[in-house]
Design a protein around this ligand. Structure first.
Ligand code: FUB
Ligand code: ZN
Length: 655
């Protein structure tokens, strides 16, 4: 019997619900981030700490100063005045709250918890009796901010009514998991029940203009086990590209101006989409949701779409920094190879969403190529979005600058600062994962982690200076000797592959191969799907020594990338470098290097909180993510190569 269309979806749902009861979903599960304690000196450890100590309190302060919190107080009748700011400002508050909940999972903080509870009680008062929550309408329905429809959900194209609550669901689930309290979750469920009644039960042919609610609904489903939230997420995905686009607009005049369904990935039913198009954050949230719903329900067409758009992105729509969404217009993906450097948009939120997407692809497939994209995005395009101090942010992340750009403490559209404050505390989630009788070590960074493999406790101790040094020592401490497979990630860059496509290649691939020792004895390096599998009965104190040679790699782009022609970029380990005028003088944008230019790494403990810089040809390159931390500076990632090589140059050393 072959099931088609609706029947296939219904069947998939039935199986999906059964599989939920058997705790299925992604076959590989991430280890909870709070189980991974980074050394405070390590790069990930430093970023987590800064997020907790600086970014989250800073963002709450900014939300107070800009009226975002007052909007809830006004909607609750606790304060007088008009709605302030943009229609999606509620989402900023929810994202900061989500980050705060994660920070409570890492470190108890009674003051922060009390602050959260007070805020939650205001949100509860702001919520309409039927569950509706959208302060942009509730503060004064006769004075609506631009983009808001005259009636509830009447202008979904741009109202963000569903986007905002998606962020609330995520925050509420996080707070429930952090504290066991249901105060926030109750608000979220009351709202989700209303949306379910209106859209799913009401068979309203519509979907959110900005995807996000789908991810939030899946989280509500996971935490409550209530199938209706999963059904609603699936319903929204299903409607996109099927319901008339006109229904997304309250006004005919807006429809005529903005009639471009590709902007919000509504040009085709999602199952038929094969190219990454339109607004990058919307797209990547949707691809992530397709994987969530597709893996839980087993509905394969959603997963096929996710694979196809991933291939499209890595083949021609991603920067060497991992940044995506190259166009300012529409904050959107461009055509294949349309990757301008100075005009690159690369919104910080798009990098965060790209990490979400690639992480899910790894959890589904166990393939390291997704972690290669994740790692490149994390250490470059994403971390560039936040200052080393933790309270200044970039919204866009170009690969070249004429010196006018500077990180700002806040933006009127504050999606990026608030996304960072909910993302960074969870960094530990990307370092380990477990599967059936297996442990995956997915990223490296000095830490100590308490995990469970096959229901048994295992402690892992990792010593390393990664990403500055390629030596990693890992000790395994199972409570009792335990049989399992340990999958050790061998990054693509260490095997000479710049990207899992031909978009970028290394002009000088590493000469030396990675090595792995187990209890002092070298073991053969058989890499499958980006991992070395070590199967044994693990004993307390078993020691793995991984050595990933870290030569300075010269990256070339495919010739179709116009802006990178005749240029190279420098990469060492997962870190991409750039040249700033603060180190190299005001003529840096014009400088070129000989083809066989030699750059050598040098650790600078007092520069930019301790980084490896690259020196050569009278130039200094610093990690891209650290740029613009010493005032305004001209900057470029790609440097021109002089046609003729210098005659007297030395060959590049292996490391
Ligand atoms: O629209 C909400 C957020 O603001 C989007 O995710 C960002 O791209 C920015 O447009
Ligand atoms: Zn953003």
């Amino acid at each position: 019997m072959r099931l088609k269309g609706e029947a296939l979806r219904k069947f998939a749902f039935f199986v999906g619900f059964l599989s939920f009861l058997c705790a299925a979903g992604y076959p590989i599960k991430p280890v909870e981030f709070y189980r991974v304690k980074f050394s405070p000196k390590s790069l990930p450890g430093n970023r987590v700490q800064v997020a907790i100590d600086v970014t989250i309190p800073h963002n709450f302060r900014m939300a107070e100063q800009t009226g975002r919190i007052a909007n809830f107080e006004k909607a609750a009748g606790l304060k007088k005045g008009d709605f302030e700011g943009r229609r999606y400002n509620d989402s900023d508050v929810f994202k900061i709250m989500e980050g705060a909940a994660y920070s409570l999972m890492i470190k108890k903080d009674p003051n922060l918890e009390a602050y959260m509870d007070r805020l939650i009680s205001v949100i509860a008062k702001a919520q309409a009796p039927d569950g509706y929550l959208y302060t942009a309408r509730q503060v004064n329905p006769r004075k609506l901010p631009p983009g808001t429809g005259p009636r509830r959900w009447s202008n979904l194209f741009t109202s963000h009514e569903l986007y905002n609550v998606g962020h609330m669901y995520e925050a509420a689930v996080a707070y429930y998991l952090a504290t066991g309290k249901k105060n926030f979750l109750k608000i979220a469920l009351k709202n989700a029940d209303l949306i379910y009644r209106v859209f799913y039960q009401g068979r309203r042919c519509a979907y959110p203009g900005h995807q996000e609610v789908e991810i939030g609904l899946v989280k509500l489903y996971r935490v409550t086990g209530r199938e209706k939230y999963l059904k609603l997420a699936d319903y929204f995905l299903h409607n996109r590209g099927r319901c008339p686009f006109r229904a997304m607009f309250a006004r005919e005049s807006d429809f005529r101006v903005y009639n471009d369904p590709r902007y919000m990935q509504a040009h085709l039913p999602v199952e038929r989409q094969r190219e990454a198009v339109g607004h990058a954050v919307r797209a990547l949230y949707m691809y992530s949701a397709l994987l969530d719903v597709g893996t839980i329900t087993g509905y394969r067409p959603y997963i096929e779409t996710a694979f196809a758009v991933w291939k499209d992105i890595v083949s021609g729509k991603i920067y060497i920094t991992g940044g995506v969404g190259s166009l300012t217009e529409g904050e959107a993906f461009g055509r294949p190879f349309q990757l301008p450097n100075k005009e690159a948009y690369c919104e910080t939120c798009a990098s965060i969403a790209n990490v979400f997407f690639n992480h899910r692809l790894f959890l589904l497939t166990g393939h390291g190529k997704y972690l290669d994209v994740l790692e490149r995005t994390l250490y470059n395009g994403l971390l560039a979005g936040i200052s080393l101090s933790g309270n200044r942010f970039f919204y866009v992340n170009p690969l070249e600058s004429d010196g006018k750009l500077e990180r700002k403490p806040w933006y009127s559209c504050a999606c990026c600062p608030t996304n960072l404050s909910r993302f960074l505390p969870t960094l530990g989630r990307y370092f380990y994962a477990t599967g059936k009788n297996s442990l995956y070590i997915t990223l490296y960074g000095e830490n100590s982690a308490q995990l469970e493999v096959s229901g048994k406790r295992v402690r892992v101790e990792e010593k390393t200076l990664y990403p500055w040094d390629g030596r990693v020592e890992i000790k395994i401490f199972p409570e009792k000797p335990l049989d399992f497979s340990l999958y050790l990630r061998i990054p693509g860059w260490a095997s000479g592959k710049a990207t899992p496509s031909s978009l970028y290649t290394f002009a000088n691939p590493p000469q030396q191969k990675p090595t792995v020792k187990l209890n002092g004895r070298k073991i053969p390096l058989e890499i499958k799907k980006g991992f070395l599998k070590i199967e044994r009965k693990w004993q307390a104190g078993d020691r793995i020594e991984l050595f990933l040679p870290m030569p300075v790699l010269k990256v070339k782009a495919r010739p179709e990338v116009k802006d990178d022609r005749g240029k190279i970029a420098l990469q060492r380990g997962p870190v991409v470098y750039c040249f700033e005028s603060v180190d190299n003088g005001p003529k840096i944008l014009k400088r070129k290097v000989p083809k066989n230019a030699l750059f050598v790494p040098k650790y600078e403990p007092d520069l930019l909180e301790g980084v490896v810089v690259l020196k050569g040809e009278g130039l200094t390159a610093v990690p891209y993510y650290t740029w613009a931390n010493r005032g305004k500076s001209l900057m470029k990632v790609w440097i021109g190569v002089k046609e003729r090589a210098r005659r007297d140059s030395n060959p590049q050393p292996a490391d």
